[in-house]
Design a protein around this ligand. Structure first.
Ligand code: PLP
Length: 404
């Protein structure tokens, strides 16, 4: 059992008011809030050992390097990667995906096929479209059904020996669907295709074991898992990371530079050009420590209870429709009320101190599928409460009475 009251004490922001009302923060799928333990790690870095890493002989530089590399080890352990150098620090999921998509320019050719799921975030669509434009590869879409579940029967038909790459999110940020990535990975490998799983939305809710999954690439962003913005990770199997060329050139990623020829550094530095987000990386490690201290099993159970309660209460509201009703889903609820624009609903909820997201959630193809401009999205974290669900329900009812 989680002690929610105690957990909430860790998050200073949850004490603030918005528009004279206690903040009810239900936009966790966009970014999570930051516990004091992570804030402390950030302050500690700037107060006590701020220095550039890897190059310095002085004490501060060595301390910063040690802490940064310890964070890499924490990430390795958390995702159960076989080697620490299979963990590449990036600025986040978007950067990770672009790194891989760029690298594949030299590995795929005209006529090869690339499969993407119908429920991707734009950051897991656009880089692959750019790759296909550069190479002449063909992008094909794994469709979904009305519940927001992938059509695995069509996936089977789309797979062939032309399929070289498959991209899919572990959990959809717009619908909350947990995708059957084990099956996707296994079937992809049977035809020799590589798989990248976008774990941005999964990382806050569950622990992915990259070796057990046998996934080729896995990515996430620290800011969705109680860490800071601007830092994330790319896991890649060693054999794939060795095949991919560097993404950016600069300091830190080289072995030797002359004007005739430059040789590249070994993994992971080959992909880490320039001074990284040192403080962010260290704070990412602190965030994983924090989350593991709370316990992912307990988090998943508690968030599921919140999801079920909120779903049941929202569905009591006349004219309310939930988008994304997959059997297997996390604590994300996208909804609309007939006749009310999501933006109007979101604005009134904000006046009541309730933070939800409105719009297309960087997933326009999903909105096109349901033929809607967008949704109101409430996404719950382990520090949310049943009382906050009640505040949301009362807010939605109030907005409805004002707008209809
Ligand atoms: C948030 C999110 C992203 C993008 O993450 P950034 O941190 O903005 O790079 C990609 N995919 C999914 C599923 C997300 O939820």
């Amino acid at each position: 059992m989680l002690d929610i009251k105690k957990i909430r004490e860790d998050f200073p922001i949850l004490k603030r008011e918005v528009n004279g009302k206690p903040l009810v923060y239900l936009d966790n799928a966009a970014t999570s809030q930051t516990p004091q333990q992570v804030i402390d790690a950030i302050v500690d870095y700037y107060q006590n050992y701020n220095a550039n890493i890897h190059r310095g002989v002085h004490t501060l530089s060595q301390e910063a390097t040690d802490k940064y590399e310890q964070a890499r080890l924490k990430i390795q352990k958390h995702f159960n990667a076989a080697k620490s150098y299979e963990i590449i620090f990036t600025s986040g999921t978007t950067h990770s995906i672009n790194l891989v998509a760029n690298g594949f320019s030299s590995l795929i050719k005209k006529g090869d096929e690339v499969l993407v799921s119908a429920m991707e975030h734009h950051s897991n669509i656009v880089p692959w479209q750019m790759l296909c434009e550069r190479t002449g590869a063909i992008l094909k879409v794994i469709p979904m059904n009305q519940e927001g579940e992938l059509r695995m029967d069509v996936f089977d038909d789309l797979l062939s020996d032309k399929t070289k790459l498959i991209f899919c999110n572990h959990i959809s940020n717009a619908l909350g669907t947990i995708n059957p990535i084990e099956e996707i990975i296994e079937k992809a490998h049977k035809v020799g295709a590589a798989v990248l799983i976008d774990g941005a939305q999964a990382a806050p809710h569950l622990v992915a074991d990259v070796q057990a999954l046998d996934v080729d690439f896995y990515t996430c962003s620290a800011h969705k898992i109680c860490g800071p913005t601007g830092v994330g990770m790319l896991y890649g199997k060693e054999e794939w990371l060795n095949k991919l060329p560097p993404y950016q050139g600069g300091g830190e990623m080289i072995a030797e530079v002359t004007f005739e020829k430059t040789t590249y550094a070994d993994l992971p530095h080959k992909f880490e050009a320039g001074t990284p987000n040192i403080c962010g990386g260290i704070a990412f490690g602190a965030a994983l420590d924090y989350m593991n201290g709370v316990g992912f099993k307990e988090v998943a159970k508690y968030e599921h209870e919140l999801l079920e309660y909120a779903t049941q209460e929202l569905l009591k509201i006349d004219g309310l429709k939930i988008y994304g009703t997959a059997k297997n889903k996390t604590s994300v609820i996208s909804f609309n009320i007939e006749g009310i624009h999501p933006y109007d609903m979101g604005s009134i909820l904000d006046k009541l101190g309730i933070a939800v997201r409105t719009g297309h959630h960087c997933a326009q193809p999903i909105m096109d599928f349901f033929k809607i401009p967008g949704t109101v999205r409430a996404s719950f974290a382990f520090y949310n409460t049943r009382e906050e669900v009640d505040v949301l329900i009362a807010g939605v009812l109030k907005a409805k009475s004002m707008l209809l």
